[in-house]
Design a protein around this ligand. Sequence first.
Ligand SMILES: *[C@@H]1O[C@H](CO)[C@@H](O)[C@H](O)[C@H]1NC(C)=O
Length: 469
Amino acid sequence: MAAFMQKYSLIFLVLLLLQNVYSANSQPYIGVNYGNLADSIPQPGDIVNLLKTTTITKVRLLGSVDQSMNALIKAFADTNIELVIGLDNTEIHWAATGPDAASQWVNSNVMPYYPASNIIIITVGDEVLTSEGEDDDISALLPAMQNIQNALNTASLGEKIKVTTVHSMDVLSQFSPPSSGAFNLSFVDTMKALLQFQTAHGSPFMINAYPFYAYKSDPKPETLSFCLFQPNSGQVDSRNNIKYMNMFDVQVDAVRSALNAIGYKDIEIIVAQTGWPYQNGPNEVGPSLDNAKAYVGNLINHLRSNLGTPLMPGKTIDTYIYELYDEDQKLGPSSEQSFGLFRGDGSPNYDAGLFKSSQNPMTPSPTTPASPTTQPKPAGLWCVPKPAGVSEAQLQENIKFACTRGIDCSPIQKGGACFEPNTIESHATYVMNLYYQVNGRNPWRCDFYHTATLTTINPSYNGCNYPSG
Ligand SMILES: *[C@@H]1O[C@H](CO)[C@@H](O)[C@H](O)[C@H]1NC(C)=O
């Protein structure tokens, strides 16, 4: 029995190691939206090649799957990129009419490409509940999803490909403070029916979350830094005393609270769209190259920190950035046309730290220009709590976080070399630094909900040695 256990724990350990290597290299949680309302559309092969140079591992194709989207699905064959495809709002009624329509859709858009092209999710409609469309769109939504699910089941893909829909934040009547997040009562019945179907099939809840629009509706400087993950004084959720340091976490946790409140505590949340435009139109506040770069770059660092959100600690949310290319044919203010990470020729609009060479902690390459926000820092730096504004409760959380992720916390235990001075701050400093040092010394490992900072001052004392380099 002991030998048996030993063998299994060894396998487990190997799996853990593999998982770490995998996540260090590929970051399965970073996705991107692709839409083609543009004058010049790159060739499918160019799109795939561009994505291969980035850490993006998931692509969501927007709109209905037409011939050009089919060609793109095909171009993703035998890549490691996972695909989300969908029916647009105009196709919902048709898919709801019965099994034939749904089978036809699956037969023409999934079967010819799967499994070489790794389709993981089918979205039925986008923001259907909150769109201006006709009311019967909403009543057709669930039948359409069920029909697609049945068509997948018939093809023995019902377990492999998840059927869901995408919501806007407007399905919530309240999102601040996050713990009070709740669905608008006019949608609750529909939402419950959808969620019952989705949880029966293990399908995720997808939401479009835009701190950008939160800022637009409240354009104050402190809101901007809160939305851009920049230093700010935070917002305390008075119902549970959790201090939020960015709007993304607020929005995601508000959704978590709304789902929990109607009994769906376990359904996975995926951010189907989030982004920031880099160009503004007349009378528009918020869009700029600096802001777009700050939002997307900091968002990615936030995801890479693996901190999760305060209500989902350690759970990294799959997040699809909006969007891969500018869509210059989109209607609306010019910000609508300038969410793109890249121009049609594949050159970046700004460096969001998405290129593989700019972040990979496993193979740092000194010759490649690296994004300043993500370049691994040299030795001689220590990760410590920020000098002011960090509560003991937060430091305690940091200790818990670091010590449950595989570092050796025995030095801060009684009898350990770093036990004295026996203060939360001293103990937190020790383990936060150790966590940063053993995890590749990348700046995003020294974040701890924005309570940490790097210093060149060695905090070691007496027998307590703080490693660096
Ligand atoms: C709830 O949804 C209805 C219908 O879309 C809308 O008229 C109302 O303003 C919403 N209420 C809140 C509090 O958001």
